[in-house]
Ligand binder design. Sequence first.
Ligand SMILES: C[S@@+](CC[C@H](N)C(=O)[O-])C[C@H]1O[C@@H](n2cnc3c(N)ncnc32)[C@H](O)[C@@H]1O
Length: 265
Amino acid sequence: MPSTFIAKGATAYEASMGRWSRKLATPFLDFAGVPKTGRVLDAGCGTGSLTLALSAHPGLIAIEALDFEENFVTALRARTEDPRISARQGDVCALPYEDKSFDAAYSLLVLHFVSDADKAITEMRRVLKPGATAAAAVWSYGGMPSWRLFWDTIRALEPEAEGSGIPSGPRPMTAEGELRALFASAGFADVIEARLTIMMDYADFDDFYLPKVYGQGRFSAFFDGLPAPRQERLREALRLAYLDRRSEDGPRGFESMAWAVRGVG
Ligand SMILES: C[S@@+](CC[C@H](N)C(=O)[O-])C[C@H]1O[C@@H](n2cnc3c(N)ncnc32)[C@H](O)[C@@H]1O
């Protein structure tokens, strides 16, 4: 299986992650750079956060988007009428494109879900024209406070959730230097790493809690299988953690960080 990402549908993805990847797409493209014209690739496009950010660049001639999840590809197609965008199902480890055929290649929040990230990065380099840039980003394991608050509370109260869909430790490449090292070993030149930050702003506790339980991954099955009192105990602990000693529910923002890398092919 080339992907370790467990999808629950495009709408759930949008609520739990797409809204943040849409925000991250702007600083990511600022860091990566977008060619004035030409053909670009969004490898692991999901529901299209980065693809749609690319379509705001009028000089681009073609934007190829590819994802392993067919229903994400369908959702992206439904979100755009830009004739330059072509979306398809596929595997980033076996890109269905010619050698040296892209003026830039991007992968946003994907490589830590790819079973063979080395292969995916090598593929991104293969399809790049000489001298063109590839860039990728992954969330920092330590840089996602709202997610750590969520998972750490669950771990403390429901240790048996371990192995049932809660992260069992850092995913590969989510620490400083790891993605940079993979880009360098794939043969990219001038490899540069950067920290990108966005605010994850939640409207209220439900906006924080519901998409995290039901948005993606296997945790919702574990949660739904808990007896009602344990579900309620967990929900209340998470609510208190979210409120952080305030008496009123309401908006809360968490600065969140991703590692980004770019290199010249
Ligand atoms: C966290 S999502 C990011 C999606 C999108 N780039 C965004 O920023 O919203 C991770 C995506 O990687 C895709 N993915 C994981 N492994 C893949 C593979 N081997 N080939 C293609 N897509 C893959 C998943 O299907 C999922 O859409």
